[in-house]
Ligand binder design. Structure first.
Ligand SMILES: [Zn+2]
Length: 307
């Protein structure tokens, strides 16, 4: 086939300017990865997320538009650890884009350099209903993992566009510096509340609670991905009364009915945290994710006198 040559001036008009023409098209599965890619990639990338932060990332409704986005992607960044296994693989299959297939060079699993908690030691399969068979996939909820993810993205972008390697390196260094400053602020805010006992709905928060010293003593779900049952709820209420737990952290995509009834029984407060960028409308980037969650956790702890 004869190669189609588009005159440069025409191409620039067509694709909306020199920058847009050169930008690497990145697709991420979540808005957290989108935000971190934007931090590092600046105006050398265009980036969009498939899932929205207010959706349960385990169970995202696939849209035909996702396939089109994946088809045009020059880099796909995923959370991995089987978080997206229920919806992403068929989309990648249909995208007709060999470079973003798992293990291909434009498929970046962001968990590769992250610190992963709750890696099962025994035999755990999804058949048992547990949606965390490869360790906890909500690892972006510690700032240090945000740093590690951003660094992986930086390396990959530099590999894709070596002439911009210094630019991505400088953006990463700047992000790292601002994150370190923000971490000092978040740590100082949380410092008086180390060891405070909380209950969470899903196991979304081990990296968050680990980073800030909160103590998770139970879950509204009997197992990750398994809806609350009356017997489990009763046990949880008894345990919360015994340990005087006053804060229940939930995600915006779960039904409040069970956590609200547990709160009535125990005198606890239910707080709806943002599990991702985009989880609530105020949380528009990775920094605001922690600003919001730290702020909400501290105000609930103060109001309830939780210990
Ligand atoms: Zn999960």
């Amino acid at each position: 086939m004869k190669k189609l040559i588009i005159p440069v001036a025409f191409a620039i008009t067509l694709f909306g300017g020199a920058n847009a023409f050169a930008a690497i098209k990145v697709v991420t599965t979540t808005q957290d990865l989108e935000s971190l890619t934007r931090e590092v990639g600046g105006d050398k990338v265009t980036v969009e997320s498939l899932a929205k932060g207010y959706q349960d990332p385990h169970f995202v409704e696939a849209k035909p538009s996702f396939i089109l986005k994946l088809h045009g992607a020059e880099l796909l960044v995923v959370v991995g650890r089987e978080l997206e296994i229920g919806w992403l693989p068929p989309l990648i299959n249909q995208a007709r884009n060999p470079r973003i297939q798992p293990n291909a060079d434009r498929y970046l699993d962001a968990s590769s350099a992250a610190r992963i908690l709750e890696i099962p030691t025994g035999q755990i399969t999804r058949a048992m209903g547990d949606v965390h068979p490869s360790g906890n996939p909500h690892y972006w909820l510690s700032p240090d993992n945000g740093r590690r993810i951003a660094q992986e993205i930086q390396k990959k972008l530099a590999e894709i566009s070596p002439s911009d390697a210094a630019y991505f390196g400088q953006r990463y260094a700047d992000f790292d510096r601002r994150l370190a400053e923000a971490e000092k602020r978040w740590q100082a805010t949380m410092a008086p509340y180390k060891g405070v006992k909380v209950v969470t709905y899903h196991r979304s928060w081990p990296n968050f609670t680990d980073a800030f010293g909160l103590n998770v003593v139970g879950y509204v779900e009997p197992k990750p991905g398994i809806p609350p049952s009356p017997s489990h709820t009763l046990e949880l209420i008894q345990e919360m009364k015994r340990q005087q737990v006053k804060v229940i952290m939930i995600e915006p995509y779960f039904d409040r009915k069970t956590p609200d009834s547990i709160a009535r029984e125990t005198g606890a407060q239910v707080i709806v945290l943002a599990p991702s960028v985009g989880g609530v409308k105020e949380v528009t980037d990775y920094f605001k994710l922690f600003d919001y969650n730290v702020g909400l956790a501290v105000s609930a702890i103060k109001q309830t006198g939780a210990k």
